[in-house]
Design a protein around this ligand. Structure first.
Ligand code: LMR
Length: 398
């Protein structure tokens, strides 16, 4: 049976890490996957995570299964982080949260659930979007379509184009929005634009699904929830897929959450019963360790405060790298204007580099970036900046 199989193409992002590992060039740089690097080029375990793990190791009594939907305290903490401590959604019980293996796990559970309740629904994703979005929803048996998002001429949002398409989306379809730090473009909606999208989605009966993987990486933990909360203020029903890979640095623990907001607590409870069936048929129940770390940090005022400082430090370092990158490109004699990169938000920069540039960077300089021209600014350091910018200057010459 397997003799007839032809190899599948490597993953657009994680495939780069595989190729990078096999590259013998000692100066190689991986700006493919969105993973935070500190000044030394390492991906640190946060101090708060180490402390939480110490406490967990001391206090752990059992390795027995979690409930299908995970720890209730974790779910409550996730909701408070998304909506704010005293939000009506948090207090009313019309939201339910299932712990999930990463943001991707949360998206897939959402996909399975949507397929179960509205099998004909299409999921509308931005053009461009994270390359795994279409795969996740297609694997769940859903159709995927796109709405315009990025305007290459202005390096901003093509808001008119986006609205024109959203106005054609039928009731019951799903609109996937990036909560903040749009991946791959780093270009987010303004508060007024969020408001407009929320109003149209409500009017048309479109179900918003917020992919919220970078909370804290744009302007701050509270500030970055503005878009999600604008949707929540208008739309009676929504999904939020949270990831704690980046803001807790818990990449390999696979820790995320799917929150379903319904009109009433009864409807939310019914939704959870279906979400649980989807989880049970998929991975049965979630892994505990990463979620316990997050719950411990968010539940302890001192650790929570320390963690907020850690998120701020990561965000500020990435922003420093944005400026250093643009300055160093100038120093290397690049005349093309890259200043827009200092205004983009989150881990990524949509550089405008073409597929030919991307190929030349990899083949001539062992610099790995995503085919769309997306660079992970979070992987830049003072130490690799000079080599990186010289490499970009070289490929821009042709
Ligand atoms: C990315 O876009 O690089 C991250 O979200 C990691 C991933 O899983 O692709």
């Amino acid at each position: 049976m397997f003799d007839t199989i032809t190899p599948a193409p490597p993953d657009a992002i994680l495939g780069l890490t595989e190729a990078f590992k096999n590259d013998p060039n000692p100066r190689k740089i991986n700006l493919g996957v969105g993973v935070y690097k500190d000044a030394d080029g390492t991906t640190p375990v946060l101090g708060t995570v180490k402390e939480a793990e110490k406490r967990l190791l001391r206090g752990e009594q059992t390795k027995s299964y979690l409930p299908i939907e995970g720890s209730p305290e974790y779910g409550a903490a996730s909701q408070r982080l998304i909506f704010g401590d005293s939000h009506e959604i948090v207090n009313s019980g019309r939201a339910v949260t299932a712990q999930a293996p990463g943001g991707t796990g949360a998206l897939r559970v959402a996909g399975d659930f949507i397929r179960e309740i509205t099998p004909g629904a299409t999921v509308w994703v931005s053009d461009p979007t994270w390359p795994n979005h279409p795969s996740v929803f297609q694997s769940a048996g859903l159709k995927v379509a796109t709405y315009p998002y990025f305007d290459a001429a202005t390096n901003g949002v093509d808001f008119e184009g986006m609205l024109a398409t959203i106005r054609t989306i039928p009731a019951g379809d799903v609109l996937l929005l990036h909560g903040c730090c749009h991946n791959p473009t780093g270009v987010d909606l303004s508060p007024e634009q969020w408001q407009t999208v929320a109003e149209i989605a409500t009017e048309r009966g479109i179900l918003p699904l917020l992919d919220f993987a970078y909370q804290g990486f744009a302007a701050g933990l509270e500030e970055d929830a503005m878009g999600v909360r604008a949707i929540a203020a208008h739309c009676p029903e929504m999904f939020v897929a949270s990831s704690f890979s980046k803001n807790f640095g818990l990449y390999n623990e696979r820790v995320g959450a799917l929150t379903v907001v319904a009109r009433t607590p009864d409807a939310a409870a019914a939704a959870l019963s279906h979400v649980k069936r989807c989880i049970r048929a998929n991975y049965s129940n979630p892994p505990a360790h990463g979620g316990e770390i997050v719950r411990t940090i968010l539940g302890d005022p001192e650790l929570r405060q320390q963690w907020e400082g850690e998120v701020t430090a990561m965000r500020e370092r990435i922003n420093t790298m944005r400026h250093l990158f643009v300055e160093t490109l100038n120093e290397k004699g690049v005349t093309q204007d890259f200043s827009f990169i200092t205004h983009q938000r989150g881990m990524f920069s949509f550089s405008g580099l073409t597929p030919a540039h991307v190929k030349a960077l990899r083949e001539r300089h062992s610099v790995y970036i995503v085919g769309s021209g997306r660079l992970s600014v979070a992987g830049m350091t003072e130490g690799n900046m000079d080599y990186l910018c010289a490499a970009i200057a070289d490929v821009l010459k042709g």
